[in-house]
Write a protein that binds this ligand. Structure first.
Ligand code: NAD
Length: 382
């Protein structure tokens, strides 16, 4: 069938199989062009089908030559519905890995569940023996534990917060007020996006003797500028990220070196859903592209792997790796702030990289990729 994008607000309900494959290929080519890294040999990536997790998997496989086992939560095509882009990305990744003789296996299911942990560990034990790196890159709206479903929210933890935002349905600048989260909502957000499940994964792998002695693990966080602090860094999701940081210390104390990498703000399926952040990202893109230091997920993750394997791992005062170093440069942030203050409905198109935002958004679903014939009939059952 001919696949067209169907965008509803911050989500696209279709994905293009050929476009997703081409986008994965671009990321692989980028990593190969950066040269080989010595290090990771057998890598488990939890949340491997999109965004930072996919870019980590590509960096491990095509940078380090590592065998990779991915955990994803995606849907294959059914009837006239396309698969999710994460499904097509994963199929493409597996195809390109196989062509180079790289082991690549994927488990599709709920990474929070005990069943999936067991399935993954069984595969590690029978195919790989042990892994030497675990990337934890889940971004999920909910987590089920027994009969309880915890839902994460993007709210403040103090007073309500009002600021500018972009309405992605009509590209209009408006104001949004983000309400405070209740204590239960904060607790639920920490359950979903905090470190409890990361710790559970490492514990499960350790007790099954599925971790090499020198194994390391990394999870991803975000800090961002003051304008987003009330609803991000100091908001309910920020509480979860603090918990993730605390977990990194607990995991390290128990003998597995655990890192938090604070990554750059980028368009991904998850970040598109956060109020205020897409407008900030669109200004950031404009400023960083003009300065020549803009990066996407793959550039960020290849640079991270370069630090972890062979390069220098500089940690900040809290012990975090700062991949947001270029984003947070004072000259970048002061230009972003200036644009933010000036921006209104009449002038915003000059101040933000709206085209860049939408280009990246469509690319998440395999649309707008160079060289892909979008009028062609494609088989969606990959
Ligand atoms: P994403 O939406 O692109 O990817 C999330 C991945 O998690 C997908 O592969 C998805 O299939 C998987 N997933 C979700 N629920 C799952 C489940 N129950 N079981 C198994 N897999 C599941 O998200 P992203 O933006 O790459 O975020 C990854 C991490 O990076 C998050 O911790 C996020 O906070 C962090 N981060 C993101 C940004 C950003 O701007 N996007 C910046 C800094 C840090």
């Amino acid at each position: 069938m001919v696949v067209q994008p169907k965008v509803r607000g911050f989500i696209c309900t279709t994905a293009h199989p050929v476009g997703c494959e081409a986008a994965v290929k671009q990321q692989i080519d980028y990593v190969k062009n950066q040269g080989k890294l010595e290090g990771a040999k057998k890598v488990l990536v939890i949340g491997a089908s999109m965004g930072y997790g996919l870019a980590s998997r590509i960096s491990a496989a095509f940078g380090c030559g590592a065998a990779t086992l991915g955990v994803i939560f995606d849907k294959p095509a059914s009837g006239n519905k396309t698969a999710t882009s994460g499904w097509y990305n994963t199929k493409a990744f597996e195809k390109f890995a196989a062509a180079e003789g790289l082991y690549a296996k994927t488990v599709n299911g709920d990474a929070y569940s005990d069943e999936i942990k067991k399935e993954v560990i069984d595969i590690i034990k029978s195919h790989l023996g042990k892994v030497d790196m675990v990337v934890y890159s889940l971004a999920a709206p909910r987590r089920t534990v027994g009969d309880v479903v915890y839902k994460s929210v993007l709210k403040t933890t103090g007073a309500a917060y009002t600021n500018k935002t972009i309405d992605l349905r009509n590209n209009a600048i408006s104001e949004v007020t983000i309400e405070p989260a209740t204590a239960e909502e904060i607790e639920a957000t920490v359950k979903v996006m905090g470190g409890e499940d990361w710790e559970a994964w490492i514990e499960a792998l350790k007790s099954a003797d599925a971790l090499e002695d020198n194994a390391m693990t990394v999870a991803y966080s975000y800090i961002g500028p003051k304008i987003t602090h009330p609803m991000y860094f100091e908001g309910s999701i920020g509480e979860a990220k603090k918990d993730l940081l605390a977990s990194s210390r607990k995991i390290t104390e128990k003998g597995v070196k655990a890192y938090i990498s604070v990554n750059k703000a980028l368009v991904t399926q998850s970040s598109a859903a956060i109020p205020i952040v897409p407008l900030y990202i669109s200004i950031l893109y404009k400023v960083m592209k003009a300065k020549g230091n803009h990066e996407g997920c793959i550039e960020q993750m290849r640079r991270l792997f370069g630090k972890l394997y062979g390069g220098e791992i500089n940690l900040d005062d809290e012990g975090r790796i700062r991949m947001d170093d270029w984003e947070m440069q004072p000259e970048i942030q002061s230009e972003v702030q200036k644009a933010w203050d000036e921006l209104n409905q009449d002038n915003f198109k000059q101040l933000i990289d709206l085209d860049g935002y939408w280009k990246d958004f469509y690319a998440l679903f395999g649309f707008g990729i160079d060289g892909v014939d979008y009028d062609a009939d494609v088989d969606v059952n990959v």
